[in-house]
Ligand binder design. Structure first.
Ligand SMILES: NC(=O)c1ccc[n+]([C@@H]2O[C@H](COP(=O)([O-])OP(=O)(O)OC[C@H]3O[C@@H](n4cnc5c(N)ncnc54)[C@H](O)[C@@H]3O)[C@@H](O)[C@H]2O)c1
Length: 323
């Protein structure tokens, strides 16, 4: 299939493009290159545009026809939680106009398959340590809200005109499937920790008195290569039949604490560094991991990589980045 991958020059999107090629599909990237990098795309064609801009629908319709696209994997989004709290209108404009433009263009060009990058941020701050997809979503920031509303838009298009849709709720994505595709943003725990080490600063641990086995927060870390493969499983599922909008958690089902991640970094790298125990951050749940029964049963997908695989692949990839 010819698949348009929005956000294809990004960290996860570039892994999805590689996975599509391995599975025999023909990806086309769409990206405005704000945080994405063209070098990640190799010879994959690029449609360079801000997907949320007013003229995007016409560009999309032309691209769908030119490349004979039959499906879209929609990853392009602004994704900083903190920035979304400071600039909610920007996040709504960017993340939701993008979905609107895509849906209008897909309907006009009769492109009927869509996989949507959603997030565990849709759950907000759950009061249970493990969530399944039926858990009541109550996002606690505009970023998470845009993801939940995006899911509703998928579901409405599915019901109204039969768009075949899957939303994948990613948990904490990390690692690298290829050394040239590192997560270069310093936004999640593992890149933040390595950045602190590189700058000879202590790694901050927010809260050491949480009700968890070692007192630090527990999260579900998923290797980006496993996540990329989940998109291929989702596309196969969509191509089987017309169905209701489906939502799947994508994680390992097993949480790792911040202290376990730190220990993994020590074990894998042998590096020496300090940690600094600082107070909790408001809004952080003590523990959050994915119930992955639905994706394992329905898509036959299961994460293969361990926490050490994630940490070592990230370390190898950032070691190869130009200084
Ligand atoms: N990284 C994570 O842990 C994580 C967790 C949950 C969900 N997600 C979601 O996964 C997706 C990809 O995230 P990522 O970590 O690869 O981030 P990223 O910033 O590396 O990739 C996003 C890409 O989208 C592009 N983009 C953003 N807005 C655009 C727009 N309006 N028009 C055109 N291009 C645009 C950027 O240039 C970038 O290449 C996002 O939707 C994000 O919300 C990520």
């Amino acid at each position: 299939m010819k698949i348009l991958v929005t956000g294809g020059a990004g960290y996860i999107g570039s892994h999805v493009i590689r996975a599509l090629k391995v599975a025999g599909h023909e990806p086309i990237a769409l990206d405005d290159l704000t945080s994405g990098k063209q070098v990640r795309l190799g010879d994959t064609p690029l449609v360079q545009i801000d997907l949320a801009s007013p003229g995007a629908t016409e560009v999309l319709i032309d691209a769908f026809r030119e490349y004979e696209v039959s499906g879209v994997i929609h990853l392009a989004a602004r994704k900083s939680v903190g920035e979304s709290v400071e600039k909610p209108e920007y996040y709504y404009q960017q993340n939701l106009h993008s979905v609107t433009n895509l849906l209008v263009a897909m309907r006009a060009a009769n492109v009927m398959n869509m996989v949507f990058s959603s997030s565990a941020a849709t759950y907000g701050s759950p009061d249970v340590p493990q969530v399944d997809e039926d858990y009541n979503c109550r996002p606690i920031n505009p970023y998470g809200e845009t993801k939940l509303i995006g899911e509703w838009m998928m579901a409405a298009a599915n019901q109204s005109w039969g768009l075949r849709t899957v939303s994948l709720r990613y948990f904490n994505v990390a690692g690298a499937g290829f050394e040239e595709l590192a997560d270069t943003a310093v936004a999640n725990l593992i890149p933040i920790a390595f950045n602190a080490i590189a700058n000879k600063k202590a790694i901050q641990i927010f809260g050491s008195d949480w009700p968890t086995p070692d007192g630090s927060c527990v999260r579900d870390y998923i290797h980006v290569q496993d996540l990329a493969d989940a998109h291929i499983s989702a596309l196969e599922y969509l191509s089987q039949d017309s169905r209701e909008h489906s939502v799947f958690n994508v994680g390992t089902g097993t949480g790792s604490s911040v202290l376990e991640v730190i220990q993994s970094i020590r074990d894998v790298t042998g590096l020496e560094f300090e940690v600094d125990l600082v107070p909790r951050r408001p809004g952080d749940p003590a523990a959050l991991s994915a119930d992955v029964s639905r994706i394992e049963k329905t898509l036959g997908w299961k994460a293969k990589h361990t926490l050490d695989d994630i940490v070592s692949s990230h370390y190898r990839a950032i070691s190869k980045q130009p200084l």
